[in-house]
Design a protein around this ligand. Structure first.
Ligand code: PGA
Length: 221
């Protein structure tokens, strides 16, 4: 059985000092006595913090994997300002691709997202591909898909578990994807999503900025 994936998307938040504070609080997860055997925790910080997070996780043997929030659509080369998959692979195992905040604020198209998936797979980075509707294009090679309806992102208005489950089932039937739900997930509502048949994890934005709340989300999932 697939492990439940619990993903923290820290978005464009946290300075280095704030990230250290987040980690120093998050380390308490080791003493919380939680059974994490069936859960995979993935933390996605900004590029500038990937090295800090990955060293902290390995130095403290935290039961956590690291993801990036974005990746260049190009391989290494003369692309000033871009961070490519080969560089990211030094620190992370996963990468978020297709977040609505990137589609909407940076004009990312299906074609561009497909290039990002392709170059990520080339370097062994696992894409977590985000869709806003169950019929969105999903590039070849993707195995994990997060369903995140726009109305639910950062609004404190999550989708209902019933509707999210229906969408997850419809996405899953397309290619046996592992489907996650994202959009205003908190420690109070997480169980509603993870106890459904077809939702196999959650992607948490705002509520993950507080590491104590994120620990509760993991506990309740
Ligand atoms: P939210 O964000 O949890 O703040 O709604 C979800 C996301 O960023 O994917």
């Amino acid at each position: 059985m697939d492990k439940l994936l619990i993903v923290a998307n820290l978005k464009s938040y946290k300075s280095e000092n704030e990230a250290k504070e987040w980690l120093e609080n998050f380390i308490k997860i080791k003493e919380s006595g939680q059974n994490l055997e069936n859960k995979e925790i993935i933390i996605c910080p900004s590029f500038t913090l990937l090295s800090l997070f990955s060293s902290y996780v390995s130095n403290n043997s935290l039961p956590v994997k690291i993801g990036a929030q974005n990746v260049s659509p190009f391989d290494e080369g003369a692309y000033t300002g871009e961070v490519n998959a080969k560089q990211i692979k030094d620190f992370a195992e996963f990468v978020l691709i297709g977040h609505s905040e990137r589609r909407n604020n940076f004009g990312e198209t299906d074609e561009l997202l497909s290039k990002k998936v392709e170059v990520s797979l080339k370097y062994g980075l696992k894409p977590i591909f985000l869709v806003q509707a169950s019929n969105n294009l999903i590039p070849q090679g993707v195995e994990i898909v997060a369903y995140e309806p726009i109305f639910a992102i950062g609004t404190n208005t999550p989708d209902t578990p019933e509707n999210a489950e229906k969408e997850a089932a419809s996405i899953k039937t397309r290619n046996n994807y592992q489907v996650l739900y994202g959009g205003s997930v908190t420690s109070k509502n997480v169980a509603g999503f993870t106890r459904t048949e077809n939702i196999k994890g959650v992607l948490v934005g705002g509520a993950s900025l507080d590491s104590q709340e994120f620990i509760k989300i993991i506990q309740n999932a």
